[in-house]
Design a binder for this molecule. Sequence first.
Ligand code: ADP
Length: 626
Amino acid sequence: MSKKTHVFKAEIQQVLDLVIHSLYSKKEIFLRELISNASDAIDRAQYLGLTDKSVVADAPQWKIDLIADKDDRTLVISDNGMGMSEEEADKNLGVIASSGTKAFVKAMQEKSGANVPELIGQFGVGFYSAFMVAEEVTVITLKRGEGQKAVKWTSNGGGAYALEEAARDKPGTTVVLKLREGMDEYLGEWRLRELVKKYSDFIAYPIRFGEKGEAPKEDAEPLNTMKALWKRPKSEVKPEEYQEFYTHLTHDHHPPLRSIPLSVEGAVEFKALLFLPKEAGFDLLMPHKKHGLNLYVRNVFIGADFDLLLPEYLRFVKGVVDSSDLPLNVSREMLQDDAVIRKIKSNITGKVLATLAEMQKDAADEYQAFFTSFGRVLKEGLHADWENADKLKGLLLFRSAKTENNGFLTLKGYADAMPEAQKDIYYLIAEDLEAARQSPHIEAVVGRGYDVLFFTDPIDQWVVDSLREFDGKKLVAVDKGQLELGTDEEKAEAKKKLEAASGEFQKLTGYIKERLKEEVSEVRLSPRLTDSACCLVADENAMSASMERLMRAMNQEVPKQLRILELNPEHALVRRMQAMLEADPSSARLADFVELLHGQALLGEGSAPKNPQRFNRLVAELMAAV
Ligand code: ADP
């Protein structure tokens, strides 16, 4: 193979430019990234070696070497892990980083380079951080397995890279950094030791230092302690150590919200170290995004993203599980129905839910911030995890008609504050909080001093379907069916009043029904309005307006559903229309009023009037006529 020059993809070039020219002072994180890559490569080799002996035919002592040469001003990071084929080197180092360079460039531009390390990690472009300190990067790599050829990748970060054949007798990868002017600190043993301690102490393979361009001796003391953090008691681990491990694991540069060590003994034995992130990453809500925990069996890394260890609704939890109750040569398929795995999963689920409940109790503000980020993911559990439904119900936070500014309410908080006469829990699903607060549907309920829970997440329709009741109290939608409020006597009295008024307004409701027969199934007087003239409500069992919008947004066909138009008999407009009808049943203006009334009702529920242009024109005409 002769030397071939390749041009970086446009986005990669942008990433490189941003990384190289960023003024970020913590250039030191390049070491963490390269050591992390080396450690990943050894993890993979070690795992493959379990099933395919030819991969590790050379029976290596796994290791990561740092070799400095002050004369040449080069720093070498070398591993004996998986290595890369020519094709892989080309694909992994030259084409596109795993999680989307476009998004990286955008985020970098938005944050004007302030958080380079955080973004580098988050977007899987760690390798390129080498160019922060190096003017030229050379990678010499030989893939494990038979019939592989070593390959050399070189670039100065200036638009192109070269690939050519190379000499390397043992499998693995060597990254050679020709340091930039002023970067000599990264050649000193003391500084490198300090960085390894700070960022990579827990790496499971020895990281050794060699100087004068010479490989470290096999028996040299490693720079890292290699202690698996999940095996150490919590009291012995510093918070920074948890944080660095978390960053290594997730590429999230913020400290985790909670670090949860877990040591279980008994029927199944395992140790785990779980983390709750502080903020939702940009990819959390992406469907089919990989999630899960890293699995180790007796210290050997089996794989990342084991989703069998965690229910999907806890996909924001990161961490590792180490069990000695599983066979070493396990595969995802084999574990699908494994009883040990099921037990570990249920144990972890319980621990995470208990940690959240504790946080809710002891650190309410923190929990609110957590719920704001992850609540909508957690809510999926109500549908999926019946066993833990009660615990999950307790963890939900709501906004309501009575919560102010940033306040939240739990279901229990709602139930405890219910006046004695109130029997049901009232809720409204709306597009957003503002729409909910302004909704005509809540008027009478709130007028009585009852609270209304607001649901504004897209998933909330399913949430209420799964919730149904809390503490024996039914959840009742304020925009559906016949709303009956108060004690039995009050209900009876309200009903009587409404019936009497219905007689009085019969002509008007009949007239409107006739004019809107294509649009509404019924026109009746409303028990739920106090200030507004009208609103649209769904039949008890029908789909609500929000569900219709949701289904349309998902490109699903929604059968046309006629809703019920309710009028407020106390409202001046309704009385006026009644008078107009009595004076002249063929009034053209009255006909326009009916159309406007319907448009208003649609606006009130967050939908658009049927014909917005015509609606506008009618309003303008009306305003001009006053
Ligand atoms: P990330 O590690 O987040 O995927 P990087 O830019 O750091 O992103 O690395 C890109 C890819 O290059 C890695 O996913 C891996 O496949 C490959 N790679 C990097 N360093 C090594 C190494 N030392 N040994 C083998 N493969 C490597």
